[in-house]
Design a protein around this ligand. Structure first.
Ligand code: VG1
Ligand code: CO
Length: 551
């Protein structure tokens, strides 16, 4: 279907004053839906982006989102603005549904100049929730800071924007439409991604696992992964219908918080940790880039998950030739470091946020990478990928023929265990959070050599990163207390929250294979938890007795 070319008048809109708060955080511009409804607010950020992204005139742009409130109308606005800026092709999807990993793949496979992903990831959606805009570059990954800084700078002095007049797009079925010279191509957002997964994993083997008495439960949390998971698990892999729960994307995610962790995916966690019916459970977040893996009576810590995928990678067709190297974000546990050392491959430590993995992936320095926040991925795209991680685990289990708990026990017996936990104090008063953080930051030089939880603080610093590929330096990435026995505590302030501030406390302690490998992590880390609360005065300064979320 190709409608005839209708002339599209281009309108120049003048802004009374620029918006000065459009600073992208850990992953894009994330604000309340209400804020995004301010007249010209979205347009301002898109105008700034289209002025800064290289190759806009004559280029191809990929646009889609996680289906939250505001998704479709934003696609309309972006298409009309793309037309006004000389973009020649805009690729979007039926219903505007496009997961972050699928978008990354599409940008790469279409040779697009960039992608605009409409998502606030795990933040709740709906008129009362949040909305977000992420800019990804031509490599398919989150835009580097140099680009987002330039976009932000452009918003600061923006005098106006250009937009074409056009009827709303029809996103109900695949086909082509035009806005002036711009071709808008609506495609099925699932098939390209599914085809990529079929290249990487042994679908026959996974299908036969799922035909055995191995039962799988997948929770899409009413967010973007529903259509992808249904096609993969219930379609191609033959799992019974009902395997995918909450599979219909809803504008408000059914009122839920699409964050795959033990608190917000509690229903699934109960099925696996308390019940006996399922052998494997998994959930993804709002935009499909993160994953939680559960076995029967077994929660897989995301840092451990990265280590297990690394140790078992050659069992999977897409990685059978081995890995060039791996990377993890700084707060992620060192479990993968130990595996990398055993394999004799490089292991990089980057700041939080996927954009830092991009250069390493582009330069083929690493094959796998991950974060403690349930994000895992590889060089197949330039984003973290929730369903990819689920398929990776299923492929490993299908080949090894054992349970998740057995995989974990065997892993710790071989490499030792990194007891690990993250405590989040969400939506605390911004002043209190910054006060607490800056106080510890100022104390860092004096902390070295001090006793802490029965050990001694060997290093205390604010993490800084020099990119090994382009030499760029990123500072202020989290306060680290490294103890003399290899344990550590890290404090960070979240860059994705929209209400007040969120303090994240990361706790880690290593036990070698000969030690006690089967404790409850909170018990194993109790002395560190206690010591950081005393030092940073967390409870008194936040006024919270306990964290909002414990992972
Ligand atoms: C959080 C996670 C971080 C992740 C980021 C984006 O950031 O901690 O590891 O990369 O979310 O994930 P922060 O700054 O709140 O700690 V997503 O699923 O929102 O793209
Ligand atoms: Co996400």
């Amino acid at each position: 279907m190709s409608s005839s070319v209708t002339p599209s008048p281009i309108r120049s809109v003048t802004l009374a004053q620029p918006f000065t708060d459009q600073k992208p955080g850990t992953s894009g511009l994330r604000k309340s839906s209400l804020q995004f409804q301010t007249p010209h607010y979205l347009e301002s950020f898109i105008e700034a982006s289209l002025r800064v992204i290289p190759g806009v005139a004559g280029g191809t742009l990929v646009v889609g989102g996680d289906g939250r409130y505001g998704n479709r109308s934003a696609i309309d606005v972006i298409a009309r603005m793309a037309a006004a800026h000389g973009v020649t092709r805009l690729v979007t999807t039926t219903g505007g549904i496009l997961s972050t990993p699928a978008a990354s793949h599409l940008i790469r496979s279409r040779g697009a100049i960039a992608g605009i992903i409409l998502s606030a990831s795990h933040n709740p959606g709906g008129p009362e929730g949040d909305f977000g805009v992420k800019i990804n570059g031509a490599n398919g990954g989150p835009a580097p800071e140099s680009l987002t800084d330039a976009v932000y700078a452009a918003t600061q002095s923006l005098e106006g924007y250009r937009i074409a007049e056009a009827e709303p797009l029809n996103l109900d079925q695949p086909g082509e439409q035009r806005i002036g010279d711009l071709v808008v191509e609506v495609i099925d957002g699932v098939s390209d991604y599914v085809a990529l997964m079929q290249k990487l994993f042994d679908f026959d083997r996974i299908a036969s696992l799922l035909r055995s008495d191995f039962r799988l439960a997948f929770d899409a949390m009413h967010a973007v992964t529903g259509p992808y998971a249904s096609r993969l698990f219930e379609g191609l892999l033959g799992a019974p219908s009902g395997t995918v729960r909450n599979g219909l994307p809803l504008e408000d995610f059914g009122g839920g918080h699409p964050d795959p962790n033990l608190t917000y995916a509690a229903e699934l966690a109960d099925l696996l940790l308390k019940g006996n019916d399922y052998a494997f459970g998994a959930a993804c977040d709002g935009d499909g880039d993160r994953n939680m893996i559960l076995g029967r009576a077994c929660f897989v810590n995301p840092s451990d998950s990265l280590a297990v995928l690394t140790a078992n990678a050659t069992l999977v067709p897409g990685y059978a030739k081995g890995l060039t190297g791996v990377a993890r974000s700084m707060p992620t546990s060192a479990a993968v470091d130990v595996v990398a050392e055993g394999l004799g491959i490089a292991c990089f430590e980057t700041p939080t946020g996927w954009k830092f993995f991009g250069n390493l992936l582009d330069a083929s320095r690493i094959t796998l990478c991950g974060e403690e926040s349930f994000g895992t991925g590889s060089d197949h795209i330039r984003e973290k990928d929730g369903l990819w991680a689920v398929l990776f685990w299923l492929n490993i289990l299908a080949v090894r023929g054992c349970s998740v708990a057995e995989v974990m026990a065997e892993h710790w017996n071989r490499f030792g265990r990194h007891y690990y936990s993250r405590h989040d104090y969400e939506a605390i008063a911004s002043d209190a959070a910054h006060g607490l953080y800056n106080r510890i930051k100022a104390m860092l030089p004096d902390l070295v050599g001090q006793p802490f939880a029965g050990r001694t603080i060997a290093t205390a610093d604010d993490f800084a990163y020099t990119d090994p590929v382009d030499g760029s330096i990123t500072i202020g990435q989290g306060l680290r207390l490294l103890l003399d026995d290899g344990s550590r505590v890290v404090l960070r302030l979240s860059g994705t929250g929209t209400q007040g501030a969120t303090l994240r406390v990361y706790l880690e302690s290593y036990v070698p294979p000969s030690g006690n490998l089967h404790q409850d992590p909170q018990a194993a880390l109790a002395d560190l938890i206690h010591a950081i609360d005393a030092l940073a005065e967390i409870r008194t300064r936040t006024g919270m007795e306990r964290p909002t979320v414990i992972t």
